[in-house]
Ligand binder design. Sequence first.
Ligand SMILES: [Zn+2]
Length: 257
Amino acid sequence: MNKIKFLGTAGGRFVVARQVRKSGGTWLTLDDTNVLIDPGPGSLIRILSSKPKLNPRDLDGIILSHRHLDHSNDVNIIIEAMTKGGWDKKGVLFTPKDTLEGDPVVLKYIRNYLEKIEIIKENESYKIGNISFETPIKHIHHGVEGYGFNIFGKNNSISIITDTKYFNGLESYYNGDLLVLNVVFYKNKLDLEHFDIKDAEKIISTNKPKLTVLSHFGMTMVKAKPWKIAEKLSNKLGVKIIAASDGMEIDLDHYTK
Ligand SMILES: [Zn+2]
């Protein structure tokens, strides 16, 4: 089965620190390839307690969008779990350069456990197993180097727009049939470096993906009940929009080309 599973849907410091929502990242199984995207705090536990079961040993790789803790906290332990503590050297880590340098997110002794580390850059494409993905533009509006992804399987295209502030033309880079949007704020009153619902509306109404999934919720979103917001926006725009919940799985075979 081709699926995307939201191990966690937390975004923003308070929701993550208090685990109001879980912060385990996103597991993708597509064309017999397993990839974990942004393993935040608790990712390993979320994988091991997942129903139906997931096994970190089955991962082919890990992708980090950027170095912030809510996206990368569990990366080292996931590498250990994937590689049997380094005894079975395998897997590829795709990550921005600043996760490896200076104050590194990926511990040096763990790096050897991997088959390969690929540093992701703007406007490049990468292969892992039977799937490929692009990093169309650098997200510079988020304090650190970050990327969103267009992921391609044989019959699927998935766009994941990770943390950034909205910038003009952003939506033109992410045209997947399925769109995952990190919407931290209901209203971005303080003009911080994240999307709010207005930004989401702009992107969805332009791109009209077959399905949009809102995720990565901060406190203002959690309080506003994301499923209600998604339903309202869906009715307004006439396209299918849902809010992710912790552990939610989407069958990707329903959203093929
Ligand atoms: Zn971030």
